[in-house]
Design a protein around this ligand. Sequence first.
Ligand code: SF4
Ligand code: SF4
Length: 87
Amino acid sequence: MFSCDCCGICCRYIKGIEELKEFDNGDGICINLDKDKNLCQIYSSRPPICRIDEMYKVKYHRYFSKDEFYKINEESCKKLKEIYKKG
Ligand code: SF4
Ligand code: SF4
């Protein structure tokens, strides 16, 4: 299972993500992110691109094993956390 710690950092870097362009606040932060709690305010109806297992099922199963796909996502989380920490 993918281990998301609900840091909300990925929701602060949505600039350039086609599927989320309507949610970009103009600064790359998703309009649906509750910035105090770092939680998605539309979690139960968030789009497919925000759902790792869903994206794997509809698209990425063609290219990766599930473990590989989780690993790729975990690496992306790690990089985003480093970028965020540096401010
Ligand atoms: S950056 Fe990764 S760990 Fe943090 S909320 Fe997003 S998916 Fe979860
Ligand atoms: S819709 Fe929710 S999960 Fe998706 S980027 Fe926005 S705040 Fe994050």
